[in-house]
Design a protein around this ligand. Structure first.
Ligand SMILES: NC(=O)c1ccc[n+]([C@@H]2O[C@H](COP(=O)([O-])OP(=O)(O)OC[C@H]3O[C@@H](n4cnc5c(N)ncnc54)[C@H](OP(=O)(O)O)[C@@H]3O)[C@@H](O)[C@H]2O)c1
Length: 305
């Protein structure tokens, strides 16, 4: 099968499209013919080993010293179940599914074998494979941090999403709206249109306005790009408010329920997949170059097959 291999840590050019053996599903695994994946900020970070200080050493232990031990990167997929292991109970051949592999990676490929008990489920009925792949990374992360902020326990929370136009931020605006929040989105002038489309109640342009001078306070300040000064965030919180950031050491744990919530929201027309660009697997280097800019708006999808 065709796959993208990461030959060493480095710039996008370390990625090579090649042929590798097609996986064979074990008894409890399903074989998925992948139709779409996405290039996320986490992927380019892994490829470049772009982490600070002692974390670099930790990551070499976790991922591999000079190159990833699991050479096929990519953590999200959508596709069709092509084969099921003899003990698989919950999936059938032909099911349209989507899932997250996390640190197991392996989605920049035509096929993947995953446990039926991993983070994989039916994709939203009305989503294309590209849309299904787009909503996973940011959606899962946004749900994790907003739930950590206990958003459901607040009746009509006021929520500030800092960096509202990335994969995580775009999803966070919409997930917060699902929890009846009044959402203030902070983004650049270039992201203004997207923030509006996502349903933000108020948009603050960080390149035109001084956020520290905002008169309002918030129940939740979610820094979805990890770039807001913590002091600024804490100053803008109501008493008892919650500050969350993607920039700390907390890694958003993947859970099946997150995918189920994303499916429901998409099927109800409440989740815009915010697809910025679509590439093919052969264009993976260009896709990584674009995501490396840190300026993408929403999600970058890779169509396969
Ligand atoms: N801890 C975790 O579990 C976890 C999980 C997922 C992601 N992350 C981290 O979260 C961060 C965001 O991920 P992502 O996938 O959403 O990234 P992304 O999609 O690459 O974010 C790009 C967006 O951020 C905006 N941006 C850049 N600088 C900004 C600033 N100073 N203020 C506000 N917006 C800014 C850009 O728009 P403009 O340039 O127009 O402003 C662009 O739209 C990454 O650092 C990632 O590693 C952490």
């Amino acid at each position: 099968m065709k796959a993208v291999i990461c030959t060493k840590y480095g710039p996008p050019e370390v990625l090579t499209v090649t042929q590798v053996e097609k996986p064979v599903p074990k008894d409890t695994e399903i074989l998925v013919a992948i139709k779409a994946t996405a290039v996320n900020s986490g992927d380019v970070r892994m490829r470049a080993l772009a982490v600070e200080g002692f974390l670099k050493i930790v990551m070499r232990f976790v991922l591999g010293f000079t190159k990833p031990r699991k050479p096929i990167l990519g953590t999200v997929f959508s596709g069709i179940v092509e084969q099921v292991g003899s003990k698989v109970q919950h999936f059938s051949v032909g099911d349209a599914v989507y899932g997250i592999t996390g640190f197991k990676f392996g989605t920049y490929a035509e096929y993947i074998a995953v446990s039926e008990n991993s983070v994989v489920t039916q994709k939203p009925d009305n989503a294309s494979f590209e849309e299904a792949a787009a909503i996973l990374f940011g959606g899962q992360t946004a749900i994790y941090f907003l739930q950590k902020a206990n958003i459901a326990a607040r009746a009509t929370p006021s929520v500030l999403i800092y960096g509202a136009t990335g994969s995580v931020g775009a999803a966070a605006v919409q997930i917060a709206k699902h929890y009846n929040a009044r959402v203030t989105a902070v983004c650049s002038s270039k992201g203004q249109d997207l923030a509006h489309e996502l349903g933000a109640d108020r948009i603050v342009l960080y390149d035109k306005e001084d956020i520290s001078q905002m008169p309002e306070k918030f129940d939740i300040f979610f820094d979805a790009v990890g770039k807001a000064p913590k002091k600024l965030a804490l100053n803008l919180l109501n008493k008892g408010g919650s500050y969350q950031t993607v920039g700390g050491l907390d890694v958003a744990a993947d859970k099946l329920e997150q995918l189920q919530l994303l499916r429901t929201l998409f099927e109800e027309g409440k989740l815009n997949p915010a697809i910025d660009r679509i590439y093919t697997l052969d264009e993976i280097v260009e896709a990584h170059r674009y995501v490396d800019t840190g300026r993408k708006k929403g999600n970058v999808v890779v169509r396969i097959g």
